[in-house]
Design a protein around this ligand. Structure first.
Ligand SMILES: [Zn+2]
Length: 99
């Protein structure tokens, strides 16, 4: 799925799917639902969700095997690189849309 820049719907801001309180500033189009996220939850909670999803999808036996670490556990650099790329792209899109 593709993360798209967030637009308000008919002037009414969507509420964050995580905290249910703050106005969403980003959205993700899932296969069945659209997920909305506020800035605070993106900073405070989404990194934990990512870690839980990666580690949760990895077998305990794979984690304990020091000679054959699963790809998911050894890919922190790739994850960080992807985040920096996505962050830069979001900044560029934001600056371009300011004019
Ligand atoms: Zn939130």
């Amino acid at each position: 799925m593709i993360l798209e820049s967030f637009k308000e719907n008919n002037g009414e801001a969507e509420v964050c799917s995580f905290c249910g309180e703050d106005k969403a500033s980003g959205m993700w189009m899932g296969s069945e639902k659209t997920i909305f996220c506020c800035k605070n939850c993106a900073i405070q909670y989404l990194p934990q969700l990512m870690a839980d999803a990666i580690v949760g999808g990895t077998l305990e036996s794979e984690i304990k095997d020091t000679e054959k670490r699963p790809v998911e556990i050894t890919q922190e650099h790739t994850i960080l690189k992807r985040f920096h790329s996505a962050f830069s792209t979001a900044l560029i899109v934001k600056v371009r849309n300011c004019h």
